[in-house]
Design a protein around this ligand. Sequence first.
Ligand SMILES: Nc1nc2c(ncn2[C@@H]2O[C@H](COP(=O)(O)OP(=O)(O)OP(=O)(O)O)[C@@H](O)[C@H]2O)c(=O)[nH]1
Ligand SMILES: [Mg+2]
Length: 445
Amino acid sequence: MPAAFRAISPFVRTAQASLRQGRLNPFQAALKTQHVSPILNIYRTYAVYDRSKPHVNIGTIGHVDHGKTTLSAAITKRQAEKGLASYLDYGSIDKAPEERKRGITISASHIEYSTENRHYSHVDCPGHADYIKNMITGAANMDGAIIVVAASDGQMPQTREHLLLARQVGVQKIVVFVNKVDAIDDPEMLELVEMEMRELLSTYGFEGDETPVIMGSALMAMNDQKPEIGAQKIDELMKAVDEWIPTPQRDLDKPFLMAVEDVFSISGRGTVVSGRVERGVLKKDSDVEIIGKGHEVIKSKVTDIETFKKSCDESRAGDNSGLLIRGVRREDISRGMVVAVPGTVTAHQTFLCSLYVLSKEEGGRHTGFRENYKPQIFLRTTDEACALTFPEGTEDAAHKVIMPGDNVEMVAHLHHPSAIEVGQRFNIREGGRTVATGLITRILK
Ligand SMILES: Nc1nc2c(ncn2[C@@H]2O[C@H](COP(=O)(O)OP(=O)(O)OP(=O)(O)O)[C@@H](O)[C@H]2O)c(=O)[nH]1
Ligand SMILES: [Mg+2]
């Protein structure tokens, strides 16, 4: 340990004593004293940042007051004890003074920690409209979520809302943390909560039977009490998160996809399609499929690749490329179709999506719209006619009006089948301006 580190404060002396007695290792000692000194901050940074581990974005979601912020703090506490995070107490996660006073989280707070396997960026996510908007528009993203459900709320009238929120923000994989188990005496009650949760997960299109459900108490973990429902459950939770939420693939590692921007024919050579490569790497002489715009799937081979006006052996994510495709006529391909690795993309016509409808101030509509709104939607390089309806079971769908500034979940029916995928974003425009942004959350047909 550096000399400067030794002379700083009583905190350091306490930590050092623990260190000597073998209760803490040097990293943990540094973490314990993180508030004191910039040198310790450097220690802390080293403890947390480990770029060799894969990075994953997650967050806590769930109803107001069910314990999201307490759980977030408890995770950092537990990981800090292992030298894998810097401990943040409740107050430093709920930053705004008015939040602390009222005990309600208003803005999202970013924290980070690691497990043995991965590095996490974690948002303590309030259920507020602003945050949902950020997720829909792509300003924020989550690879998976921990949904916090308080067991003490009896039959959990808000459970549906939690799952709807998770689906709306585009999360595909969830880990459930049933919180406040310390306040429950009846174990049967917990079984009931778990059963109901699994059933609802399936109803909302998540894998209800396989989803990990951990029962514990964030408060007990924070207070170093009852480790069997406190600290140990945080460990179980992080293990489940590590295993259940997949590591996102880098664009370059994904299967090749390019949306067609332009098609032309070069005499003596054939048809060339051009566009910006969205993901993956394509080698010359690879087989591809060209999909979308209501056409049959076209099977072909890319016999030459041109990037920056030079012929090359491959085309990669981010490149603007021209692909010479064999045996396909120019008129069979149109802008908006995608060129992809065979079998990786299919065309669909109906999907569930989350929409953020721009407010008047953001340049959006001045009036609301109802079911059967028929806008043009802009997907990748093309636009497509589409009709929007409310999901099955929506109350009073016929009279519901969506106003500018609203978030809403809707079902989109495309006029032509298009190559679409879960997680893809799109815009709705009217008269040349964007009036809504959408996120595809489930493919329906
Ligand atoms: N008994 C008990 N209470 C808990 C537990 N976890 C959290 N609480 C309490 O529940 C209340 C709400 O906790 P928060 O962590 O602020 O809940 P939240 O979900 O972040 O709330 P918002 O951000 O306002 O939506 C606080 O009074 C916590 O002390 C627990 O495991 N057991
Ligand atoms: Mg909170």
